[in-house]
Design a protein around this ligand. Sequence first.
Ligand code: BGC
Length: 244
Amino acid sequence: MAILGIDIGGSGIKGAPVDLDQGGFAEERVRLETPQPSDVTAVVATVAEVAGRFSGVERVGVTFPGVVQNGVTRTAANVDHSWLGAPARDLFTEALGLPVVVLNDADAAGIAEMTYGAGKGRKGVTIMLTFGTGIGSAVFIDDRLVPNTELGHIQLHGRDAELHASAQAREVEDLGWKEWAKNVQDYLRELERLLNPDLMIIGGGVSKKAEKFLPHIDVRTPLVPAALLNDAGIVGAALAASQA
Ligand code: BGC
């Protein structure tokens, strides 16, 4: 029986059965466009469609790009506001007819990196950051997660940090990689000032282009790209489902 991970992103909803021994996909991933508007009904239907493409599924982990507490979605910075206070776990469980765990997308990616990737075996405080439509964060002490940290929304130069340093901000403001790297550097230095981590991991879609911007970032904390690249969310979601 397979455990499926599904990652709800700003532009795509992606899912795959996960091989938990290897920390990779057991079958080819399916990606569908995130419905616009990304309201609860439409997204639940798309997630069910992704899950329906696979057979022999035993349980499912679903990531959400906002705060998730006890299966209820609490914030919706980059998705439709119908998600505020939505009983996500119950809605997915009903639509899929399977046990479902719902967790924050960056927390899922962080769990995967700490288990299989760039944070494996690391002690102390690790901050995993995902740069995409927004900025997601996952904070660990050794391999223990502090969930729902939302460090993408600290203030930087008087505005929300993700408006300054997310991958979307690079596109919206038409910045070159080097220019954008300076914004990311400002952001990382602010996190260092506040949290003094031992390691920072850069994930999200941009992690596959790490060579374009990481060399331009000067911070005192060891800084590494995510090893699972953009697959970490799906893998971490399945891992969380397996442990629930
Ligand atoms: C949300 C986070 C999420 C991140 C990445 C932010 O806008 O507030 O919960 O992890 O985007 O999707």
